[in-house]
Design a protein around this ligand. Structure first.
Ligand code: C2O
Length: 527
């Protein structure tokens, strides 16, 4: 194992990823941020300096942080924010492999540009370069909004809502690897950028690691004239279907393999990412990048693709379902779900009228009747360490007191679909259905306990439920939230408290404790 050390500075710039000039946030001036590539077992050390006027934190999405929970990077949960002008060092070992990413976990400033890919290789990965595929590429897709995230969140939390309602912005464009095209016609200073290009060798098989880093849109992704063999969901290697398009919800990852055996150097094809309407909005829109075949001998031209989309792409009102909702997927490493369940936690995800800590009423998203109100400078982790019980009027929490099998029943009572993400683990998806499932009815449900799909972010349709199983071997206070950043930032966040007695023995490093020193524990801040 190696230690990989990085120095990051978060700052604000003027940027125009899709042609429209706005203020953006970036890590070392880059959107997407620097890619971290590591091997299983490596130690990652990232010195993050925050030059923004407001606080910040960085979360390592999908990394289990077992034994280093204070490095999970959730401001108000597992740390105090890195103050303006301050530096904090994240330091943790990665014991997993697969496709992960990182992003800001302070408000929804992720949507201003603070994210990047985190790829972990391993000899234990059943998908091996050189055997299962020749090369790999990244494909980061997202909806992109022209308003700053703070403007959107403040509006959503106001009685008037954003543009008059509870619905978050429909994206202004779709970015692929940080580039997109907005309609520049009536925007002064707007120049349409070139699409992102991904170069691949001819006659090979290429693994794409697709990550939806957006805040709202389920995205359908296809590559003209190439079929996609699905081989990984989040960080779970699977045997999956070979299909003409796949879909990915915010927070989720999908690896697929294409082959470039039927073309020559210079050939170019559109990669398409389009909004899955019906679950997150009403208007279809599309983003494109170029897939170009190259080889070292022939100089290729920069011509635009003249390809056409696969026939058979789903209708524009395709549902936003996860692959396992309409295809058979089988994890390549067989692991059965825990069967001895010590604790079941039931969470109802429900839209409601809430009153925030200032007394203002707003329509927001909550869990078990509570919308999360973030005591930003008194992390929930520290509250548990100090022997407190979490205040149920500020956060909905489920507690797993012991090591062993645990179960979470999520009822999505909202009229909207949501991608739910649990920190600290991939959970086993052992049951899904429509309607509502109460804990007392759940013993009557047939569960799939034999090698179920394991992932950290699951799409649950409107008015539907899912049963998740986990092993509660990682003491901590773990976030569970909707990964639509606009829903998260208006309170759709709950806490899973695992082994609170063990949490009380945590000993954080001095620089972690220093982040909270001198700050007001009574203060509330962005989610
Ligand atoms: Cu990528 Cu709390 O999430």
């Amino acid at each position: 194992p190696t230690t990989r050390e990085y120095y990051w500075t978060i700052d604000t710039y003027s940027g125009a990823p899709d042609g429209f000039v706005r203020q953006v946030y970036a890590i070392n001036g880059q959107i997407p941020g620097p890619t971290i590539e590591a091997n299983q077992g490596d130690r990652i050390v990232v010195h993050v300096t925050n030059l923004l006027p407001d606080g910040q934190s960085i979360h390592w999405h999908g990394i289990d942080q077992n034994g280093t929970q204070w490095m999970d990077g959730v401001a108000g949960f597992t740390q105090c924010p890195i103050p303006s002008g301050g530096t904090f060092t994240y330091n943790f070992t990665i014991n997993q492999f697969g496709t992960f990413w990182y992003h800001s976990h302070y408000g929804n400033t992720l949507a201003d540009g603070l994210y990047g890919a985190l790829i972990v290789h391993s000899v234990n990965d059943p998908l091996q370069r050189g055997r299962d595929y020749d090369e790999e590429r990244l494909l980061l897709v997202q909806d992109w909004v022209h308003d700053m995230s703070e403007v959107v969140v403040n509006a959503l939390k106001s009685p008037q809502g954003y543009k008059g309602g509870i619905l978050p912005p429909e994206g202004d464009s779709i970015l692929l690897n940080g580039a997109g095209v907005t309609n520049c016609s009536d925007t002064p200073g707007c120049t349409t950028p070139s699409p992102a290009e991904i170069h691949v060798p001819v006659g090979k098989s290429i693994r794409f690691r697709l990550i939806n880093v957006g805040s709202y849109d389920f995205l359908r992704v296809s590559m003209d004239e190439h079929k996609l063999e699905i081989v990984e969901l989040d960080d779970c290697p699977i045997y999956g279907p070979t299909i003409v398009e796949t879909g990915v919800n915010p927070g989720q990852r999908t690896s697929f393999i294409i082959n470039t055996k039927h073309g020559k150097a210079g050939d170019a094809f559109w990669i398409r990412a389009s909004r899955g309407i019906g679950c997150t909005g009403e208007h279809p829109y599309i983003g494109k990048a170029i897939l170009r075949y190259v080889n070292h001998q022939t100089k290729h031209t920069n011509s635009l693709p003249r390809t056409s989309p696969w026939p058979g792409l789903a209708a524009p009102n395709a549902t936003c379902h996860d692959l396992d909702e309409n295809h058979i997927v089988t994890p390549r490493v067989a692991v059965d779900a825990p069967t001895d369940i010590l604790t079941t936690v039931e969470l109802h995800s429900q839209l409601g009228k809430f009153v925030d800590v200032t007394g203002a009423a707003f329509t927001g998203f909550g869990w078990n009747g509570t919308t999360f109100q973030n005591q930003i400078n008194y992390p929930l982790l520290q509250q548990i360490e100090n022997g407190l019980t979490l205040n149920s009027s500020l956060v909905a929490a489920g507690t797993f007191p012991h090591v062993g099998g645990g179960e979470i029943i999520i009822n999505n009572l909202d009229p909207f679909d949501h991608p739910y993400h649990a920190h600290g683990r991939a959970f086993s998806i052992v049951g899904r259905g429509s309607g509502m499932l109460s804990e007392s009815e759940s013993p009557g449900i047939t569960l799939n306990l034999t090698n179920p799909l394991r992932r950290d972010t699951i799409h649950i349709p409107a008015k539907s439920w899912a049963v998740l199983r986990l092993v509660t071997d990682d003491p901590g206070v773990w976030a569970l939230h909707c990964h639509l950043g606009w829903h998260l930032s208006v309170g759709k966040m709950a806490a899973l408290v695992i082994q609170p007695d063990a949490v009380r023995n945590f000993q954080q490093p001095a620089d972690w404790l220093g982040l909270c020193a001198g700050t007001d524990p009574e203060a509330f801040g962005p989610v």
